[in-house]
Ligand binder design. Structure first.
Ligand code: UFG
Length: 317
């Protein structure tokens, strides 16, 4: 298929681009390089540096058969203090993209949604039918795009899939997580192991979990990429599907710290700090729906493997 990948210079977008190329797809990446890296775009993909707001001429030129839409602002903390960036980029940008798709008669899309769309869960594991009550603007902006896709499917026959990622980790194809502003647990812990940061602050050890630290569902970026390839041809015209993507298993921050110590051999100094606002105690996905519909199952579920692959990437930089 001839596809356009927005945000293909970012962490997840570049890994999925590499997987698409490996499967024989023809890929153009649209990225404004505001947070992505030109050198992360895999060889074999064409890069067009443009914003989502200026995507119409790109769509008209490329004439893709499908779009995989990753480009977004994705810092929860920032979304609380500068919400306009999230409404403008994530919601306004996605609307511009959908309109550009409509004009170019491209009606197939896979969208990067998020577990943050659910907010604080009533029940764990979280099903796709759970209430969506995001606790931050980032999650609200992604949820708004999910709603947009439902209406574009109904009104204009779009074939759409929203994939709600839980905690993505690992690296592949020489690409890994590297953000100018890093807030995520695994890369921060690895920065400490690599000696570029002094210590890791564990945000709270008084949660109602077995060791008192938060539990999250970590999914390897390779498994995530495989889900995108399965999702791409899945929906019929007029259909918008929503799938969770997690491993179905929870690991605590303490367990992650232990895994990083094991993999890196670094003692990893840890400071226990206050809770971070808006962090639910336990977020674990049910991915049963994508398993039964598309046959997706995560393969790289071992925490050590996720950390090892991310560590290999950190060391390669
Ligand atoms: N954590 C620490 N110290 C740190 C960083 C994180 O203790 O320095 C803890 C957090 O409190 C949390 C866990 O590690 O309990 C994971 O935190 P991340 O920031 O790595 O990931 P989140 O679970 O907060 O966020 C992820 C995605 C978001 C998405 C969210 C959905 O990265 O994009 O899940 O809930 F919005």
């Amino acid at each position: 298929m001839r596809v356009l990948v927005t945000g293909g210079a970012g962490y997840i977008g570049s890994v999925v681009t590499a997987a698409l190329l490996e499967s024989g797809h023809e890929v153009t990446v649209l990225d404004d390089l505001s947070t992505g890296h030109e050198d992360a775009v895999p060889d074999g993909a064409r890069l067009v540096q443009a914003s989502l707001h200026d995507s119409a001429p790109v769509l008209a030129d490329v004439r893709p058969e499908a779009v995989l839409h990753f480009a977004a602002k994705s810092l929860v903390g920032e979304s609380q203090v500068a919400p306009e960036l999230y409404w403008e980029n994530n919601v306004g940008g996605s609307l511009a993209l959908l309109e550009a798709m409509r004009a170019a008669d491209c009606r197939r899309i896979v969208f990067s949604s998020t577990a943050a769309a659910y907010g604080e869960p009533e029940e764990v594991p979280i099903l796709e039918t759970a209430p969506t009550r995001p606790t931050n603007t980032y999650g609200a902006s992604k949820l708004a795009v999910d709603a947009m896709l439902t209406s574009y499917a109904t009104a204009y026959g779009f074939a759409a899939v929203s994939l709600r990622y839980f905690n993505v980790g690992g690296a592949a194809y020489g690409v890994g997580e590297r953000h100018a502003t890093e807030t995520h647990l695994i890369p921060i812990a690895l920065q400490v192991a690599a000696g570029t940061r002094e210590s890791l602050t564990v945000y709270g050890s008084d949660y109602p979990t077995p060791d008192g630290t938060c539990i999250r569902d970590y999914v390897h970026v390779v498994d995530l990429a495989a889900a995108h390839l399965l999702a791409l041809p899945a929906p019929a015209a007029g259909e918008h599907r929503i799938y969770n993507l997690g491993s179905g298993t929870g690991f605590s921050v303490q367990e992650m710290v232990d895994a990083v110590r094991t993999v890196t051999g670094h003692e990893l100094p840890v400071v226990v700090g206050d809770r971070r606002a808006g962090d639910p105690a336990r977020l674990v996905a049910s991915s049963a729906k994508i398993h039964s519909d598309l046959g997706w199952a995560p393969v790289h579920t071992d925490l050590t493997e996720i950390v090892s692959d991310a560590w290999a990437f950190t060391q390669s930089r």
